[in-house]
Design a protein around this ligand. Structure first.
Ligand code: SF4
Ligand code: SF4
Length: 199
């Protein structure tokens, strides 16, 4: 499992680089302080991709606190890491361990119903840069430079052990990841599994 989680963190870093480079190149960066995408009750992740977050919480003795909070929250709910009042990057209290969708929500490539690539941009950036997005959407070359949402999701789900690869509300995925990781790495603490640092 540790080896798989190491690979997952490397994938997180790759996605992060690709997404940031694209948003920088096309000047589609998120406005500072925005976390609108995290306000959705529909953010989904699989248990596997929330394991780095769970291990971080265990290593920092925060697992019990977060597990209790998750037990009191209805599921689905707004992500437990969303903290808009703290002036954090992306309003996320665990930004470096966030899920795949969180890294690609700003601007990424999806397929339309005919299988053609199209640019998918979040509501906030779409409202701010509608003319630019219209212009980019006319160029297949520019669309193809964007990170491929389906590819990255598939890469992570293929890496995940099948029992931890099912998409579900993000809080539920974190709760199950905490259960699994507390079982797998019971004596973690600060000296627990040494995972590569995420982006
Ligand atoms: S993990 Fe962070 S970025 Fe993802 S939904 Fe939660 S608060 Fe938002
Ligand atoms: S992806 Fe969009 S909604 Fe989310 S933080 Fe960036 S600009 Fe805001």
């Amino acid at each position: 499992m540790i080896e798989l989680l190491g690979k997952l963190e490397e994938i997180f870093i790759q996605i992060e680089k690709e997404a940031k480079n694209y948003q920088q190149t096309e000047s589609l960066l998120c406005p500072p302080g925005c976390g609108l995408c995290c306000e959705s009750h529909e953010v989904q992740a699989c248990v596997f991709e929330m394991m780095p977050a769970a291990i971080y919480l265990i290593q920092n003795y925060l697992d019990e606190k977060y597990y209790s909070l998750l037990e009191t929250k209805p599921i689905p709910e707004i992500c437990i890491f969303f903290e808009p009042d703290k002036h954090l990057e992306g309003c996320c209290s665990l930004y470096s361990k966030r899920a795949v969708i969180c890294r690609l929500f700003g601007a990424s490539r999806v397929r339309d119903k005919y299988g053609n690539p199209r640019l998918s941009v979040c509501k906030k950036i779409r409202q701010r840069d509608s003319l630019k997005i219209e212009e980019i959407s006319k160029s297949q070359d520019r669309i193809l430079l964007s990170p491929d949402m389906e590819f990255w999701h598939r890469t992570v789900l293929n890496l995940a052990p099948p029992e931890y690869s099912i998409l579900m509300p993000i809080n539920q995925a974190l709760k199950e990841a905490l259960q699994v990781c507390c079982w797998e790495f019971p004596f973690s603490g600060p000296n627990g599994p040494d995972l590569p640092k995420a982006a």
